[in-house]
Design a binder for this molecule. Structure first.
Ligand SMILES: CC(C)(COP(=O)(O)OP(=O)(O)OC[C@H]1O[C@@H](n2cnc3c(N)ncnc32)[C@H](O)[C@@H]1OP(=O)(O)O)[C@@H](O)C(=O)NCCC(=O)NCCS
Length: 210
């Protein structure tokens, strides 16, 4: 199996390196654009330089360990200006999933998560610790789900959706492109594009201004 390069040297990268070690993946190093991190250690892996240096490691697979969906997409778009990296899929060995779950490249599923039947995950999704996903859910690209979230069946999470820690989503709902459900939110209605909902029952908190 190819060595792994982790993109991003922040806190989530530490967790992803641990996950990669649990998957018996050799981590060659980390790439991060902040110069002060270069040559430092992140969870035992050396920061080798800027993200643009990925072209020097074409024999490796890559994983973008950045929790924010928008930042993750920006970093990916930058990588793609230099060529076509091979992305890994990292699934912790403790994750339970059926044979009708499909997972796009670059996705990360952390320890303790459970995905049941007929579920489709897009590219560069992050499902953090102890997330449950019910039957027939469809997630687009760049979805981030924080720890301890319960997604009921038939839920659609569109492009760049983020769900905060401990949130609960009723069956059949849709979170539109670029929207967010805050931590602890109990969602009983669809969320329109680029709005943040929070609370119990979750209601509009604010718009996301980019
Ligand atoms: C929803 C969220 C994005 C809002 O963040 P923000 O824009 O910085 O908002 P603020 O902290 O300025 O809070 C604005 C108001 O909303 C309230 N609020 C913030 N988050 C809330 C939440 N999740 N549920 C209910 N109310 C919330 C605040 O108490 C504050 O209320 P006030 O105006 O009465 O004082 C953020 O609180 C959140 O939930 N982030 C997800 C965190 C997470 O899950 N991290 C995972 C890491 S792995």
């Amino acid at each position: 199996m190819k060595d792994l390069i982790v993109i991003g040297g922040g806190g989530f990268a530490k967790e992803v390196i641990w996950l990669a070690n649990d998957c018996s993946r050799k981590v060659r190093g980390v790439l991060d654009d902040s110069a002060q991190t270069h040559n430092t250690q992140v969870q035992g892996a050396t920061v080798l330089g800027d993200v643009s240096n990925w072209i020097n490691y074409k024999d490796c697979e890559f994983i973008i360990a950045i929790g924010s969906p928008r930042t993750r997409k920006k970093v990916l778009d930058k990588m793609l200006t230099f060529g076509e990296p091979d992305f890994a899929i990292l699934i912790h060995p403790s994750v339970r999933l059926s044979n009708t779950v499909s997972i796009g490249e670059g996705s990360i599923i952390c320890a303790g998560s459970i995905l049941t039947a007929d579920i489709s995950l897009g590219k560069h999704n992050i499902l953090n610790l102890n997330v449950t996903v019910g039957h027939e859910c469809e997630f687009a690209d760049y979805v981030t789900i924080a720890p301890m979230v319960a997604v009921s069946g038939n839920v659609k999470l569109q492009y760049l959706v983020e769900v905060g820690t401990g949130a609960v989503i009723r069956q059949g709902l849709e979170l539109a492109e670029g929207s967010m459900l805050g931590m602890g939110g109990i969602l009983t209605k669809n969320i329109p594009e680029r709005l943040i909902f929070a609370g119990n029952p979750a209601k509009k908190l604010k718009e996301i201004v980019e």
